[in-house]
Design a protein around this ligand. Sequence first.
Ligand code: DQA
Length: 146
Amino acid sequence: MAKTIYLLNGPNLNLLGMRQPEIYGSDTLNKVEASAVARGKELMLNVQARQSNHEGQLVDWIQEARDQAAGIIINPAAYSHTSVAILDALNMFEGPVVEVHISQIHKREAFRHHSYVSQRADAVIAGAGIQGYLLALEHMAALLAN
Ligand code: DQA
């Protein structure tokens, strides 16, 4: 039976495609989510994709995932660099967590080099563009198979 994965995207990622395309590319979040759902099916993963600009909403979804999802793939966006609340919520989740950044955060401004979420993430993918989400799914499938 397919396992459910929450694919969570944080603030400003709803504007993917329009937002600084030289950094984040020209594909929309809809397209990213649709390709993740399709790849998920091939990997026997039921991908539930959600995006919010609000920290508390992301915390609520992570808490919900405790009994609804086998794993979490998350691009916390700017909250990566600021949110102890998201880290605390992820620390109460028992399954695998894969963190994704579309851009290579370590080549960017110093304030992007630290992510609170990385302290919990089982894997971090940064700089692979939107393909990072598909790489995250493949790794998630491998983690859940073990
Ligand atoms: C991001 C990188 C963050 O620093 C930034 O605030 C984002 C997107 C990325 O996907 O590259 O909103 O997480």
